[in-house]
Design a protein around this ligand. Structure first.
Ligand SMILES: [Zn+2]
Length: 308
């Protein structure tokens, strides 16, 4: 089945239909080259939505919970900075993190000698990061303010582009903020992946990963690579995070179940930390790289280099 939708500028987004939720349909858009929901929610709608429905006070224990996970996060950050430093070898390296959250990724980079800057719209997250001595701009990055931030060797976006009504615009902004030959590193959910489809087809659930209006875009390794190539990047690296859906297929149904969710998160952490502590992180990295070559992994990680 094909669906189409005309946006405000009169462009027709059309493509095969892949599922629905909350009155949004997912299409594999032939105009954009990746899956996204239609209608695409407007900036105004999203601003209102996040202000009203999403940003609530953080529950007690929120920061403790995050802080408990830091030794594990550092293994993930270590891998990412190692990948970036394969290509950025000069003395003074700089990185801009768009959507820097609590700032731990930048804090780790700073300790490793990088010059770091974050952009983070949430005031609370911004305050928290600044207490850790980080330089953070409390704004949404857009056409109007990107120039004042300067240029960097790396632009990083962790779980950002799936939320944007115009991800191509953000990739182009990223390009303009890079030094010649700079790197764009993107992490985003790897959705409609074969393990998700297998669990869904086993009849236990619907397409739980479809979650508009928060998630507007649904990338996989091939659509994100194509998008970066079309926008002036060569692909240097791809890898994935742990394919959490394996737990579903082994009987641990964590969908909508916080208790099981915590258990499987802790198992994944234990696996990755044990591999690291026993000197086997390199094998773990190769395993995840191979998993990404199969189109699997809960999230995709991709690094592109600006052609100019
Ligand atoms: Zn489209």
């Amino acid at each position: 089945m094909n669906k189409e939708w005309k946006d405000n500028s009169g462009k027709i987004h059309s493509g095969s239909y892949h599922g629905s939720k909350n009155e949004y349909d997912v299409i594999d858009c032939s105009l954009c080259g990746f899956k996204h929901v239609v209608p695409i929610p407007s900036e105004e709608f999203l601003e209102n939505y996040y202000r009203k429905d999403f940003v609530k006070n953080r529950p007690a224990g929120f920061y403790n919970k995050i802080e408990k996970d830091i030794p594990w996060w550092e293994i993930i950050y270590n891998e990412k900075y190692d990948l970036l430093e394969k290509y950025i070898t000069k003395q003074n390296k700089s990185i801009l993190d768009i959507g820097s959250g609590l700032g731990y990724f930048l804090k780790y980079g700073k300790a490793r000698g990088w010059k770091t800057v974050g952009v983070e719209p949430s005031l609370e997250s911004c305050d928290y990061s600044m207490k850790h001595g980080l330089e953070i701009i409390n704004e949404y990055l857009d056409q109007k303010n990107y120039q004042k931030l300067g240029k960097y060797d790396v632009v990083h976006m962790h779980e950002v582009i799936e939320h944007l009504p115009d991800p191509v615009n953000m990739i182009n902004l990223g390009m303009r903020m890079l030094n010649p030959g700079g790197l764009l590193c993107i992490v985003s959910p790897n959705d409609f992946n074969p393990l998700q489809e297998a669990f869904m087809k086993s009849g236990k659930t619907d397409q739980w990963w479809i979650s508009p209006p928060e998630h507007i875009n649904y990338f996989n390794f091939s659509s994100i690579s194509k998008l970066l190539k079309e926008n002036g990047f060569n692909i240097l690296e791809q890898t994935s995070t742990f394919p959490l859906e394996l737990f579903l297929l082994m009987g641990d149904n964590y969908i909508g179940n916080n208790k099981i969710g915590k258990e499987i998160h802790s198992k994944r952490k234990q696996f990755e930390m044990t591999m690291y502590k026993t000197g086997n992180d390199e094998i773990r990295r190769k395993l995840y790289k191979n998993i990404s070559d199969l189109g699997l992994g809960r999230e995709l990680i991709i690094i592109g280099q600006a052609k100019i």
